[in-house]
Design a protein around this ligand. Structure first.
Ligand SMILES: Cc1cc2nc3c(=O)[nH]c(=O)nc-3n(C[C@H](O)[C@H](O)[C@H](O)COP(=O)(O)O)c2cc1C
Length: 162
């Protein structure tokens, strides 16, 4: 079994935002193709991220922008109904393991967006796990590992299906 641990905080790619000025060179070997190849070489992914301003971290958005490439990770070639055909069908199981500081706000631009985006690319994405209220007592006084207890049942259930 091959196992990769990718910390987006340590990649140059994840700090590069797609702009009108850099689009010509944005999808290059180091910033894009290497990460696409890595994604194509695995069948399971656990994606860990927290909510930032009702959305996802910009680092993760930059990663998504780098790996979403026409005719490489999705295509309209062969589509008869206008829907894109995802080419990351090797991703048989993706689990989103996420945290929020509070609770009760919409997850539309958070887990729902990431789930929909990866499904667009052909991945099979499990029901996201969201550990809420991490910035509120007692959770902000506990370790992240202890806070996992709060979603333990969900994690065990997801792990059995993973
Ligand atoms: C800049 C910033 C923006 C944030 N925005 C939100 C937010 O919109 N909603 C929310 O519930 N938590 C928000 N948070 C709180 C983080 O989601 C929270 O600290 C994180 O989930 C804690 O988990 P961690 O210790 O694993 O990072 C924000 C945190 C930062 C630093």
């Amino acid at each position: 079994m091959i196992f990769f641990y990718l910390d987006l905080n340590k990649t140059a790619m994840a700090e590069k935002t797609l702009t009108r000025n850099n689009i010509g060179n944005y999808f290059n070997q180091n910033d894009s193709f290497d990460f696409i190849e890595q994604l194509k070489s695995v069948d399971k992914v656990i994606l860990n991220f927290s909510m930032i301003n009702l959305s996802i971290p910009a680092l993760l958005k930059n990663y998504i922008d780098h790996i979403t490439l026409a005719n490489v990770t999705f295509t309209y070639k062969g589509s008869t109904d206008g829907n894109a055909i995802g080419l990351l069908t090797n991703l048989k199981n993706v689990q989103l393991l996420t945290t929020k500081g509070g609770a009760g706000t919409s997850n539309a631009a958070f887990t729902e967006y990431v789930k929909g985006m990866l499904e667009f690319l052909g991945a099979k994405v499990a029901e996201p796990i969201i550990n809420e209220m991490m910035d509120i007592p007692p959770y902000n006084e506990q370790t992240p590992v202890l806070n996992l207890e709060k979603v333990k049942e969900e994690v065990i259930k997801a792990a059995k299906l993973f």
